[in-house]
Design a protein around this ligand. Structure first.
Ligand code: CA
Length: 225
């Protein structure tokens, strides 16, 4: 899951980013509306966490500008403005949800979970594929109840492929949704992460849940008949 955090209070922004990265999300961030609009033009995000009071272009301007061309990307508004009218204006402008400051990180994490899973058919906390499960709350992959030791990237890849079971996911799509701007975007690095992940999954499951369909991408599935 690729998230963007737009928040000008740097300490808060960094706390949010750190806590989301710890949960294996790939997270970009910026401190003003101008930069947010630039990022929104070049990157594809699964969710934008958007503060309203920003220097320069404010959050409502960012939201309205985004919505002129993009109705899909989910936006969670964060704001100290507690007025009902502000919440209504945000939702009317196309926000998916609204969280008032101050908030607990646990609540933010729960809202993010609900917003990022809402678009998929599996609404459970647990995603399953054969003997492999992914706990979207604990942010961990499990085999027969045992948590696997995966890196942040590997965790992100497993979650994304499990959410899109039944169709191949291209390397480009994985780069868009699992990688953030803090790393080099070479497709080589995807192969390295996938191959490390393959080994771990094969050792735990006894079969390969990720198949590489040449020219199409990676497909998550159960044991081959
Ligand atoms: Ca602010």
């Amino acid at each position: 899951m690729h998230l963007l955090v737009v928040e000008d209070e740097r300490a808060l922004c960094e706390t949010i980013v750190r806590s989301l990265r710890r949960l294996a999300y790939s997270v970009d961030h910026c401190y003003d509306g101008e930069r947010a609009l630039e990022l929104l033009q070049t990157e594809r995000y699964d969710l934008v966490i958007l503060d309203l009071n920003l220097p320069g272009r404010d959050g409502m301007t960012v939201l309205r500008t985004l919505r002129q061309t993009d109705r899909e990307t989910r936006v969670l508004i964060l704001s100290a403005r507690n007025e009902v009218s502000d919440k209504v204006a945000g939702l009317d402008a196309g926000a998916s949800d609204y969280l008032s400051k101050p908030f607990h990180l646990a609540e933010l994490e729960a809202r993010i979970r609900s917003l990022t899973l809402r678009q998929f058919t599996q609404r459970d906390v647990l995603l399953t594929c054969g003997a492999l499960t992914f706990d979207t709350k604990a942010r961990a992959a499990l085999v027969r109840g045992q948590a696997l030791t995966l890196t942040r990237k590997e965790t992100g890849i497993v979650e994304y492929l499990m959410l899109h079971q039944g169709r191949p996911v291209s390397q480009e799509e994985l780069l868009e949704h699992v990688w953030d701007n803090s790393v080099d975007n070479f497709s080589n690095s995807i192969r390295v992460h996938i191959s490390a992940l393959w080994k771990k999954l094969r050792a735990a499951l006894g079969y390969d849940p990720i198949r590489n369909r040449i020219g199409e991408g990676y497909l998550m599935g159960g044991p081959e008949p």
